[in-house]
Design a binder for this molecule. Structure first.
Ligand SMILES: *Cc1c(COP(=O)(O)O)cnc(C)c1O
Length: 398
């Protein structure tokens, strides 16, 4: 099929849930992608903060090949060696004592919401069911997680929504303090908001949430689906602020592009899940666990989070310089390699202009251009991307 035929078939046969750009990507290597017409792109989307090691990283390819020849799927009726090793590795490098594996960010958050409710019932009372979430959050698209997300753009038409969520402004400790009452069982927050505009909180926010949670005796759940696995320059974003959650969720980069989610929890909380309380057919298969194990080992052995911190700092400096030179750029913000550029024009116009010039970017809300490249990106590649962004800014302003 030609590119035009493929795009026509896409419009005809697929559920119409995405506003897709009119290209078909067929091949990738490192941070480079090629479309069906042979055009090359610099990939600063990375599958939306998923392809942390870039495309077709040799250690991932080798893990996929080796595991495909060994064992792909059995069931959680049995012990699964790569799953056990992955859980151990994640626990040894985090606050957590136990891991539950699933297949996506929304599912990881579903597990966290269920665990928080179950823990509250086991320890407190049956009416402590409410979870406080933040405006401009993103937690997924299932009914519970879309309710937690709370954005009318995503919830409209799907009512009745899930009861048990209360939303307050992000980065506002007083609002959380006022919202906590005898019905609260947990606070759910992204350490840095991704989809909601790359919002980095004040330095006292996470420590403040931890303190409020402790004082009220409620759980702190961190959604690190986007910020986890090195994205912010630490393996987990919470490390920046020296606080630990009770529950943490992961997905996106965890298996480097193969679908996997995880919920990590400390022992006392995890203990509320016992055989029969929660499950997933595909959670932590031998195949996906072996790939995630290769990804996480590579990240640790090659200090990918440290690399992301260094290149991210350089990148932020380059974007800040653009801000001075181009009035279209309002603010620049971010942490590690999750960066946002707030613009005075529709962000999608800049993303489209960059795509034209061979750079893939995405938006975060209507007015923020988001940069979440593979964490292995180099300063040279950042320079090339910034050149293209600058050309696009000139084009949009003209
Ligand atoms: C992407 C994302 C999710 C949802 O993940 P899916 O795998 O699409 O379900 C949840 N939370 C955050 C912070 C995300 O960035």
């Amino acid at each position: 099929m030609t590119t035009q035929e493929l795009i026509a078939a896409s419009a005809k046969y697929l559920a119409n849930t995405y506003a897709r750009f009119p290209i078909v990507l067929v091949r990738g290597k490192g941070i480079h992608l090629w479309d069906s017409d042979g055009k090359e792109y610099l990939d600063f989307v990375g599958g939306i903060a998923v392809d942390a090691l870039g495309h077709c990283h040799p250690r991932m390819v080798e893990a996929i090949r080796a595991q495909a020849e060994t064992l792909i799927h059995v069931s959680n009726l049995y012990h699964i060696e790569p799953q056990i090793r992955l859980a151990q590795l994640l626990c040894e490098h985090s606050f957590a004592d136990r891991a539950f594996f699933c297949n996506s960010g929304a599912e990881a958050n579903e597990a966290a919401i269920k665990l928080a409710r179950k823990y509250a019932k086991d320890h407190w009372s049956t009416d402590r069911v409410e979870i406080i979430t933040m405006q401009h959050a993103f937690h997924g698209r299932t009914l519970a997680t879309v309710t937690a997300t709370g954005n009318p753009k995503y919830t409209h038409g799907f009512e009745p929504l899930m009861p048990g969520f209360k939303q307050v402004p992000y980065n506002d400790l007083r609002a959380v303090e006022r919202a906590i009452d005898s019905r609260t069982c947990a606070i759910l927050v992204e350490p840095v908001q991704g989809e909601g505009g790359v919002n980095v909180p004040r330095d006292d926010y996470l420590p403040g949430l931890r303190r409020l949670a402790d004082e009220a005796g409620v759980l702190l759940i961190l959604d690190e689906v986007q910020t986890g696995m090195g994205r912010t320059g630490k393996l987990f974003a919470y490390e920046h602020w020296g606080v630990e959650p009770d529950i943490l969720t992961l997905a996106k980069a965890l298996a480097g592009g193969v679908p996997m989610g995880a919920m990590l929890a400390r022992e006392a909380v995890a203990a509320s899940f016992v055989p029969g309380t929660h499950a997933s057919t595909f959670g932590g298969t031998p195949f996906v666990s072996a790939i995630a194990l290769a990804v996480v080992r590579t990240m640790l052995e090659e200090d990918i989070p440290g690399h992301a911190a260094r290149v991210g700092k350089y990148f932020l400096g380059r974007l800040n310089a653009l801000k001075g030179a181009h009035p279209v750029v309002k603010t620049v913000r971010g942490l590690g390699l999750i960066l946002g550029m707030e613009v005075t024009v529709p962000a999608r116009a800049i993303v489209a202009a960059c795509m034209e010039r061979g750079l893939l970017l995405l938006t975060a809300g209507d007015n923020v251009v988001r940069f979440v490249p593979p964490l292995v990106v180099t300063e040279t590649e950042v320079n090339r991307a910034v050149e293209i962004v600058e050309a696009a800014l000139k084009g949009v302003a003209a």
